[in-house]
Ligand binder design. Sequence first.
Ligand code: CNA
Length: 250
Amino acid sequence: MQRENWLYGGLMNNIDILKNWIDESDNIVFFGGAGVSTESGIPDFRSVDGLYKQKYKYPPETIVSHTFLKQKPGEFFEFYKEKMVAPAINSKPNMAHEKLAQWEKEGKLKAVITQNIDGLHQAAGSENVLELHGTVHKNYCDRCYKQYKVSDVINADGIPKCECGGTIRPDVVLYEEGLDSDVMSKAINYISNADVLIIGGTSLVVYPAAGLIRYYRGNKLVLVNLSETSQDGFADLVIHEKIGEVFSRL
Ligand code: CNA
């Protein structure tokens, strides 16, 4: 969408305004979700070709829940390995990940806060990444807490098992599980002190992560999302385009 805008005393499109805000700032914070990685080939949950639209016995958010892992571990790991781990470890960062890493290196961006579990921000070179929902790259035994690599999970036949007999589970926040309070308070701190807050590739429906937007106190809240969100009205700038394409023009 190229909404006309008379900021800066002239006719500027939204991408130009965003470019100005980024050029002028050294305190940008990014908050993103699954839509950041769709251009890398990783399906999100809610897009037209997202995991919600594919046919399973259960909705994705039922499968990736604490109860489901405990009650049907076989089906949990079948879905988790095929739909979440394999795409994550076989994909490469796109322009959105690359630009964020570049801005951090240039001293412009303070933190990436992500709901994603795919590790692509780190693969692009970002260092200060707050993973609200954990990562496929960390795993641990639910009995003895021994740590395991993602290869130990993906290469296991069926349910990955620890040598102690426990189940190796992902260090991912499943539905019904709480977020790490330390990560959450750091995220709140970055957002409440940000000059420019860019929110991208998230439907903003999964709480408590989606509630973080309320902590922003500035006047440069940017939403870059393919579809409309219920929070569009809170943003100072809304761009309904693909985030990788938008960032490649900045
Ligand atoms: P979601 O609810 O699936 O929403 C994704 C949003 O991104 C939608 O509103 C889309 O319109 C939008 N979108 C899709 N592609 C693009 C694009 N190229 N550019 C801009 N916008 C785009 O995902 P959320 O992250 O909001 O939901 C939170 C869940 C999804 C988190 O718990 C994640 O862990 C979980 N998830 C993560 C991954 C991953 O790690 N890559 C993949 C699938 C699901």
